[in-house]
Design a protein around this ligand. Sequence first.
Ligand code: C5P
Length: 337
Amino acid sequence: MPADRTTASRCVVRVPAKINLFLAVRGARPDGYHELTTVLQTVSVHDRVTATLVGPSERSQHPASRHRMRLELAEPDDEALPSGDANLAVRAARVLGRLAGLAALEGGASEGERDPRTLLELTKGIPVAGGMAGGSADAAAALVALNELWGCGLPRERLRDLGEEVGSDVPFCVIGGTALATGRGTSLARVLCRGQFHWVVVFDHEPLETPDVYRAWDAHCEPSEVEPDAVLQALRAEDALALGAALHNDLEPAAVALRPALADRKQALLDKGALGAVLSGSGPTLLALASDAEHARRLADDVRDLSAREPVVVSSPAGGPELKATTSSGPGHGRSS
Ligand code: C5P
């Protein structure tokens, strides 16, 4: 029998952020969530999730030893990032691990250092707690990466459904593109979107926590009946001007109640020539729509002093999670794609 050799298989998934072009809050639900009608789209700000399988080769190839898989989240480079089970990527891994029968992911007995383990590493481009679904995007990317790494072979639709157990934005982040969502944001229907839209993303110096914004909505707002038709029509017609006028987010007054400076910042974006401006999700990030890529670059220059962090120019829609690389090493392996 050969001496233990370490085998490492790795999957890298790049995942885009999401924005809400339209978000109507219909009211609070008995389960603590809020009933929504929202139009979601991915934008070209990305995170990267790397999932690596590390362990003695003979053991990790044996199904019984795979049952004792340990899960680790690499030390994040951003200290604002939740660690351990507070991180949605870790929760997503546990949900998929349960389905794959990986008992030790549940915190069960492990044989220690020599057991195979799965290492998750997150490389952030999406702001943490910025209203762009950074945590949900990482969870979606973890599902896609681990589905490949653990050989689960589940179709995207199944991963989308699993995502619902992790968070309201995760199912959309698994699919990407453009969608109309209802319920708590997890019932999805694809939406036709022609062409590309160009945005300036204006960050805030400090995050806003989603539950706080919904609590502020409970305190200050009434259920709304506004419908997304004008947004859907603008997307179909590739009409940036109409989209700018139709952008809508019922969470805006709630976010402004917590962070009053957001109202002035939004007005400043409109004054500087944005076709429309809207809070991204539960904020505090603001989105300014431009007529094309060149206009977006000029607008970004003009609004540079609105926030401490440099604004970024992005386009939408931006597809969904993409498997960028798969690497296998150890006995009989050596594939890199
Ligand atoms: O589903 P997720 O864990 O992402 O939601 C985070 C929090 O946001 C919830 O705990 C809830 O306070 C709020 N939320 C809500 N209604 C939704 C989605 C989220 O109240 N539809």
